[in-house]
Design a protein around this ligand. Structure first.
Ligand code: M6R
Length: 642
């Protein structure tokens, strides 16, 4: 969390710093600040709240200077306030920090004993004073200062430091939290938390590894990169391909809206990248363990990415007969999981590739000797770099804090993985694999159709959004592959509408949660007309007969069947019938197909369509409630602290 930026150029940097902070705002937005050096002195502007507040401060009190640093904060230590906003500075230096200094209390006492006064309640301020004390001891010998100070910091950090008497130099250091550096061809040098922050600024980029620190000048040849042992390392940059245009919101009200509506075309991009057009099969890199030798797949992830892993569990177990366990990364890393390296593979799913819990869980897998696969959107991220194999999800930049296209592209990548696993292990015939690939190829078109229907003023859907916007508590129910989507739906609405919502396996209601049901708790049922439909319908009758208001998402046939069964529905929203698109109407006849039958291709398709529905539902409820859709309270897009 927190975004940091540092830059030096040939003209004033304040405007570019502000633009870069806007691109970093997804990492935290409770306060922001920047500092520049001009004529040997440091000036600083800070404000509580979003970047727009900082922009207002700057328009009243502009900052001059060709070198500067900036920060957008997600508070860990110390409330969001101007006093706790970064940069922290004195007359010699200014610092911005992303991460947590775990031993800050000990260091703070030591520094206070030496006479340093603290202005903020942050852990970060100890870095400022430690550096100042060390500079006093070692003069201008910055490598010595780094060797002195950096090893004393426990926890995680990405730092950028600016010196009042050096308008030609910035210091950056990384331990845990990400940091990149870059250059343009006009004499500009940059540090930033990610490639996006440097887009439109730098032409070339390099990522610091854990333990690295760097002295940045205006050009690449006089900049220096050091390893954790303070030895000089080769600084190897590569072209920065991400364009600043990827950051735009276009005519959409919110990034989330844009990202939801981009899904048909983004899914097309994923399929174009993932499917081999010659053989019409998914194209996957060689894995550390051949599919036929995998007995267990261990998946770890957080939040929405974890739910993608849960969907993959259903697919891989049924289609490829691979045993799959899925763990919250924050739990896995402090458990003692039993991991067998000979017949197990590990997978880490993450949009950002920087989520600290996921990264540490990946490292745990690696320490146990497991081969690792990263399913990531950001291809240069730490999780990607530290994994044996990377499956890029090709979602493009996702800015909205609530994950949408990143989730469904994770699903699409995992569907390709499951189909390949099933074929290579001999559990899927060639003709079934052909059908599966055709089904995946239909998804972009179905997504367009589904979004058009949902956004086209469907009265039932509008009614459902009204009902939910007045609710204090909502339950999302699903069975089988729809259960993880119910969890995801509940997370989406919690995140951006601040409505308390829980996802449950519909069959679990009678084991406790049904006690919550009354006419104030709407029940959102995700019930495609599939092998689980009749079971789900029975569970819905159980809640309906206890006064629960059921909002049913299903296909035309599912809704008709539900109505025939006499259930009282508050609203029924019709979603596209994947079976009729594939002319597989007879595949699932509710009540006739046993739940013990293997999963079919429709069970691979439904999660995509029902994900779109819960995304649009959450978005539209948030609009009705007037909440901040893209930057919901207390959250940040990239969670790089524990
Ligand atoms: O970048 P990651 O995929 O590792 O992030 C994991 C979660 O923090 C993330 O999915 C979070 O739950 C989203 N805000 C959900 O919309």
């Amino acid at each position: 969390m927190c975004g940091i930026i540092g830059m030096m150029g040939n003209g004033s940097v304040a405007g570019s710093l502000l633009d870069a902070l806007r691109r970093l705002e997804y990492r935290g937005y409770d306060s922001a600040g920047m500092a520049t050096v001009s004529e040997g002195s440091i000036s600083r502007r800070r404000s509580e709240g979003k970047i727009v507040n900082l922009a207002n401060v700057l328009s009243q009190e502009p900052l001059a200077g060709n070198i500067g640093i900036g920060h957008t904060r997600w508070a860990t230590h110390g409330v969001p306030s101007e006093k706790n906003a970064h940069p922290h500075s004195n007359d010699r230096l200014a610092i911005v920090h992303n991460g947590i200094i775990e031993n800050f209390a000990v260091l703070k006492r030591e520094l206070q004993d030496q006479g340093f006064c603290f202005e903020s309640d942050t852990d970060s301020e100890v870095i400022l004073h430690l550096l100042t004390a060390s500079l006093t001891r070692h003069g201008e010998d910055i490598p010595r200062v780094c060797a002195d100070v950096l090893p004393r910091l426990r926890g995680m950090f990405a730092l950028v430091v600016m010196f009042a008497d050096r308008e030609d130099l910035l210091l950056g250091a990384r331990h845990g939290s990400p940091l990149a550096l870059g250059f343009d061809s006009d004499g500009g040098g940059y540090f930033g938390s990610d490639a996006l922050s440097l887009s439109g600024l730098a032409d070339r980029i390099a990522y610091l590894q854990d333990g690295d620190w760097a002295l940045l000048s205006r050009d690449e040849s006089s900049s220096r990169l050091y390893g954790g042992d303070n030895d000089l390392k080769e600084l190897r940059t590569e072209p920065l391909t991400i364009s600043s245009g990827a950051f735009g919101k276009g005519n959409y009200r919110h990034f989330m809206e844009k990202e939801i509506l981009e899904q048909p075309s983004v899914w097309g991009d994923v399929l174009a990248a993932r499917l081999d057009p010659q053989v019409r099969r998914p194209r996957l890199p060689r894995l550390p363990l051949a599919f036929r030798d995998i007995r267990t797949l261990h998946i770890t992830a957080c939040g929405t990415a974890y739910y993608a892993g849960l969907v993959a569990k259903y697919w891989l177990e049924a289609l490829a007969k691979i045993s799959v366990d899925v763990d919250f990364a924050s739990e896995l890393r402090y458990r003692s999981p039993v991991l067998r390296r000979d017949d197990s593979l590990a997978m880490c799913i993450s949009q950002s590739g920087e989520t600290m819990d996921s990264l540490e869980a990946l490292r745990l897998y690696k320490r146990s000797g497991l081969g690792t696969v990263a399913v990531v959107n950001v291809e240069h991220s730490s999780i990607a770099r530290e994994s044996d194999v990377v499956l890029a999800t090709h979602a493009g930049v996702e800015i909205g804090v609530a994950s949408t296209k990143a989730f469904t592209t994770q699903l699409l990548t995992l569907a390709c993985f499951a189909i390949t696993a099933a074929s290579e292990r001999g559990y899927m015939s060639d003709s079934d694999a052909d059908t599966a690939v055709s089904a995946l190829s239909c998804l972009p078109g179905l997504a367009s159709q589904c979004l058009t229907n949902l956004l086209g003023g469907d009265e039932n859907f509008l009614h459902a959004t009204q009902v939910l916007s007045h609710a204090k508590d909502v339950l999302y129910l699903g069975r089988g592959v729809s259960y993880p989507i119910a969890l995801e739906g509940a997370l989406k609405i919690k995140e951006i509408s601040y409505i308390h919502a829980e996802g449950y396996a519909a069959g679990e209601m009678k084991h406790g949660p049904i006690a919550l049901v009354d006419d104030t708790v709407p029940i959102v049922a995700l019930a495609p007309y599939d092998r689980w439909f009749s079971k789900t319908l029975s569970n819905l009758h159980e809640v309906s007969s206890r006064g629960g208001d059921v909002i049913l998402f299903s296909s035309k046939r599912g809704i008709a069947h539900a109505k025939e069964s006499g259930i009282d529905l508050r609203a029924s929203i019709e979603l596209v019938d994947c079976a009729s698109v594939l002319c597989l109407e007879d595949t699932y006849l509710a009540g006739e197909i046993g739940v013990d039958k293997d999963l079919g291709i429709l069970d691979v398709m439904h999660p995509f369509i029902y994900s779109l529905a819960v995304q649009v539902l959450a978005h539209d409820v948030a609009i009705l409630k007037g909440t901040d859709v893209d930057q919901p309270r207390n959250l940040a897009k990239s969670v790089t602290v524990e």
